[in-house]
Design a protein around this ligand. Structure first.
Ligand code: ZN
Length: 64
């Protein structure tokens, strides 16, 4: 956390600073748990392809 509130990450949906640290680290998405629950079609299946930063999972097919 920074002293300047403008430097803290905020939820992309509601500007809350109560973002989910796992989603931030793994997917690079800033979203709070409330918005994750409110918009499951957008954040509920984020393990698939929703976030641009997700690239590491696409390599499994290379071995076939
Ligand atoms: Zn939110």
């Amino acid at each position: 956390m920074f002293l300047d509130p403008n430097l803290n990450p905020k939820c992309a949906e509601c500007q809350s600073m109560d973002i989910d640290p796992t989603y931030r680290r793994v997917f690079g998405c800033l979203v709070c748990k409330k918005c994750m629950n409110d918009t499951p079609e957008k954040y509920g299946l984020l393990t698939k392809t929703e976030c641009k930063e997700v690239r590491a999972f696409g390599r499994k097919n290379d071995i076939y």
